[in-house]
Design a protein around this ligand. Structure first.
Ligand SMILES: [Zn+2]
Length: 426
């Protein structure tokens, strides 16, 4: 969901004028909610604000008793992006189904750029939230009520696809994970739908399309991106802070991208209609994920997301102190490295006396880099003493050491690779 104050005030004024004749009763507090249609269209509704009651002690007790499962644990939380999935409407005997739904959502997120680039450097935590009853409210039809841990339900504010949740309860369960960078709340339903909140998004667990809702919402919560869809109206506010919408009809905000191809099709330009206004605001591309579900991010969104995700990820090692691009040292990393298919990239390291073992790791980037190692001469694909040849770029090789001297490491491009980092520790 979006939180741009100018837009909210503009619409608030309209609503109050229309709904509050002179001397009328108390003002209804309202907030924007995004509504997602199965055809990928996103619209915005200005709806009464949901009541946020403080959490009852029993809610806290239940939240802190919930177990946490790592769908994938790729490293220390201080060096990783931590995505937390909580479930609602899954009973004690349905925790296996929750895991299945959570894995399906994660694999769809992880297949989408730029998440795919970092999929092996993201921790994914599943909080095993147990509900008293199975399913969510108003599913399959309005009036159906269920007792669930996070109070999720469709037909929120009379809007069929709007899948609301008690945000505070979802957050208190998510807090059980070792760290929280983003939250997705999965409801036990096959019906298409979802919703965006400042701190999380909801999706229906059993619906194959609904992960797109989470991917869009993560664009807001992780990347700080604006919506690029619009409805009739002219924007008259100041220049928006978000990186992907602007008042400039020439798109100077993203000048270095102009005219270049974008993953959602066509080239980057300044297309009128963005940030809920048909006129007066411009978006960088015709139809990106921030306008329609099922589309990729445009180049601007992609780069913003890439920086936001990667800023949480580190190997914990400093870059190598030696200025030589081929030299590795104690507990250092070097990158990004690239090589085309069939070629080798060479590195050396000097091991002082007393070194008993050397660990070499590679990670990140795209393609398939393999490690080949030799103690006394350049390692090749046919001459090596040890190697690590996983598919992809996540390799770890530990070798024993008995004498001081130079050691020779090659990265072989089983397929062309780029953006790979090599780390050494001894
Ligand atoms: Zn949105």
């Amino acid at each position: 969901m979006r939180r741009r104050v100018a837009a909210a005030f503009a619409a608030l004024a309209v609503v109050l004028t229309a709904a509050a004749p002179a001397g009328a009763g108390p003002t209804i507090e309202r907030e924007w909610r995004e509504v997602f249609s199965p055809d990928g269209t996103i619209t915005k509704k200005y709806l009464p604000k949901e009541k946020r009651q403080s959490l009852a002690p029993r809610d806290f007790a239940a939240a802190s008793a919930a177990g946490v499962t790592a769908l994938q644990d790729t490293g220390p939380v201080g060096q990783r992006f931590d995505l937390v999935i909580v479930g609602d409407g899954y009973t004690a005997s349905e925790q296996g189904l929750l895991r299945q739904h959570a894995e399906a959502k994660w694999s769809e997120i992880a297949a989408t750029a730029p998440w795919n680039k970092y999929r092996n450097q993201i921790n994914v935590w599943l909080v095993n939230v147990v509900s008293a009853q199975s399913g969510v409210d108003n599913d399959p039809s309005p009036g159906v009520s269920r007792d669930t841990a996070l109070d999720m339900g469709f037909w929120c504010f009379n809007t069929e696809r709007l899948l609301c949740v008690d945000e505070a309860k979802a957050q208190s369960y998510a807090a059980q994970a070792p760290a929280v960078d983003a939250i997705v709340a999965v409801g036990n339903s096959a019906k298409y739908g979802g919703a965006g909140y400042p701190s999380l998004s909801t999706v229906s667990g059993g619906n194959a399309q609904s992960a797109q809702v989470a991917i869009h919402e993560l664009g807001h919560s992780v990347g700080g991106l604006a919506d690029e869809y619009f409805s009739p109206g002219t924007y008259t506010g100041t220049e928006p802070a978000e990186p992907n919408i602007t008042q400039s009809p020439s798109g100077t905000k993203w000048a270095s991208y102009l005219g270049k191809p974008t993953p959602d099709g066509g080239v980057i330009g300044a297309y009128e209609g963005a940030g809920y206004y048909e006129h007066g605001l411009y978006r960088p591309s015709q139809d990106s994920l921030m306008r329609s579900l099922g589309k990729p991010f445009n180049s601007i969104g992609l780069d913003v997301m890439d920086r936001a995700i990667s800023s949480k990820i580190s190997t914990g090692l400093p870059t190598c102190p030696d200025p030589s691009p081929y030299a590795l040292g104690r507990n250092c990393q070097r990158g990004p490295i690239s090589a085309s298919a069939g070629n080798l990239a060479y590195f050396w390291i000097y091991l002082p006396a007393g070194t008993t073992s050397l660990t070499i790791t590679t990670s990140g980037g795209t393609g398939n880099a393999d490690i080949y190692y030799n103690p006394g001469s350049w390692a090749t694909r046919t001459t090596y003493s040890a190697r690590s040849t996983n598919p992809g770029n996540t390799e770890t090789l530990t070798v024993k050491n008995s004498a001081a001297g130079y050691r020779y490491i090659s990265l072989y491009a089983a397929s062309s690779f780029s953006g790979v980092t090599i780390s050494t520790s001894y």
